[in-house]
Design a protein around this ligand. Structure first.
Ligand code: PEP
Length: 248
């Protein structure tokens, strides 16, 4: 059985007041059939952990490739873990675009995160022009091969398929487009890491997931949950997405 995961990425949003949303979500209790993860800004991780307790897992949104050192302004995997995080998102398209992160950078960070005992949520996804040129599977295949280190398991790795053109835009691929990419990712993971490992890695879809479209997305083959940006900021919206995953 694969783990189902509803992951919220708060991005650079949220001060202490935002913890009230987390408190509301936590008060609903843990869903029966799914794990819930919130990745707030690093400044809130420790306080978020205090609020979420064992009901909701807390993660970082990025980490440095090194565990410590002269890297002003950066945060290490060890620091995230120490603050209460169990997961870290790596290779989000906003990091790839804003900070020129390449697959190799993501791969090195992932290794460092594993060494610190964090589960990595590694993001892949094509641009609109790559989709229109019919290059989606080539792009995803390359990103999977380049961004995931050797040594992946169903426990230390989650993969999120996030088409760049669907993030924050309200546009969503068709269900068959999502299914094609997820089936492809599953096959690639099984080929590289063996069937036993490949079939246990949770695969998330991300890009404009909302309460209204979540149930149909969660019914797609090889979709084990979602990575949610905007709709994770409100407990009412994210709570509905969690409920849809729990019921799927
Ligand atoms: C994201 O940035 O990971 C994301 C999926 O954002 P949104 O849900 O807002 O499209």
């Amino acid at each position: 059985m694969r783990r189902k995961l509803a992951a919220g990425n708060w991005k650079m949003n949220g001060t202490a007041a935002a913890l009230a949303e987390l408190e509301t979500l936590t008060a609903k209790g843990a869903p029966e059939n799914a794990q819930v993860l919130i990745c707030p800004p690093s400044t809130l991780i420790s306080r978020a952990k205090d609020v979420a307790g064992d009901i909701i897992s807390i993660g970082g949104q990025d980490c440095h490739a090194n565990q410590s050192g002269a890297h002003t302004g950066d945060v290490s995997a060890e620091m995230l873990k120490d603050a209460g995080a169990t997961h870290v998102i790596l290779g989000h398209s906003e990091r790839r675009e804003d900070h020129n992160e390449r697959d190799e950078d993501v791969r090195i960070k992932a290794k460092t995160a594993w060494d610190a005992g964090l589960v990595t949520v590694i993001c892949v996804g094509e641009s609109l022009s790559e989709r229109e040129a019919d290059n989606t599977l080539d792009i995803i295949g390359g990103q999977l091969a380049g961004s995931i280190p050797d040594g992946a398991t169903g426990e230390n790795l989650v993969v999120a398929y996030e088409p760049i053109w669907a993030i924050g835009t309200g546009k969503v691929p068709t269900l068959s487009q999502i299914g094609d990419v997820h089936d492809f990712m599953r096959a690639r993971l099984e080929r590289r890491f063996g069937e036993g490992v490949g079939r246990t890695v949770p695969l998330l879809y991300g890009g404009s997931v909302k309460p209204g479209n979540a149930p149909e997305i969660f019914a797609v083959s090889n979709v084990d949950g979602a990575l949610v940006g905007g709709a994770s900021l409100k407990a009412s919206d994210f709570g509905a997405i969690i409920a849809a995953l729990d019921a799927s």
